[in-house]
Write a protein that binds this ligand. Structure first.
Ligand code: DQA
Length: 144
């Protein structure tokens, strides 16, 4: 199993930004947590604040042939059609994640350019959302 975990804009600031919303743990803490689950999977972590880099990374699916993606595009979720088109252009199956409950926040966060093309969306469960997505992907593999 080869899984690409993308965290987009401003998610490198986890642990430092709006800790009341996103908590005190860092992106590295998240990556360590997911690695510590010891799933029989190759987890590749990618974070960028650049739209171009994110799009280019998604395009690598053509050659890399990831089994699944776990994507949190941060604010790009609510605005970005180019990243959506990148996913569609390579047919990348993915779960959409949001650490915070976007539906309990400003109205502009209630719209996602990704929910309708995601296999599922998990919002408001903090870092546990990533763990659940990963568990689900691994279960799918074993059919349980
Ligand atoms: C976020 C929610 C977005 O609205 C916000 O812009 C983020 C983080 C989340 O994980 O809760 O940067 O994607």
């Amino acid at each position: 199993m080869k899984i690409l975990i993308i965290n987009g804009v401003n998610l490198n600031m986890l642990g430092k930004r709006e800790v009341d919303v996103y908590g005190t743990e860092s992106l590295l803490d998240l990556e360590n947590k997911l690695n510590a689950l010891n799933f029989e999977a190759n987890l590749e972590f990618f974070q960028s604040n650049s739209e171009e880099e994110i799009i280019n990374k998604i395009h690598t699916h053509k050659d890399e042939k990831y089994d699944f993606g776990i994507f949190n595009f941060g604010a790009h979720t609510h605005t970005n059609i180019s990243i959506r088109d990148a996913i569609l252009s390579v047919g990348f199956p993915f779960y959409e994640i949001h650490i915070s409950n976007v539906f309990a926040r400003e109205e502009f966060r209630h719209t996602s350019f990704f929910s309708d093309i995601a296999k599922g969306s998990i919002v408001g469960f903090g870092f546990d959302g990533y763990e659940f997505a990963l568990t689900k992907i691994m279960r799918g593999k074993n059919g349980s």
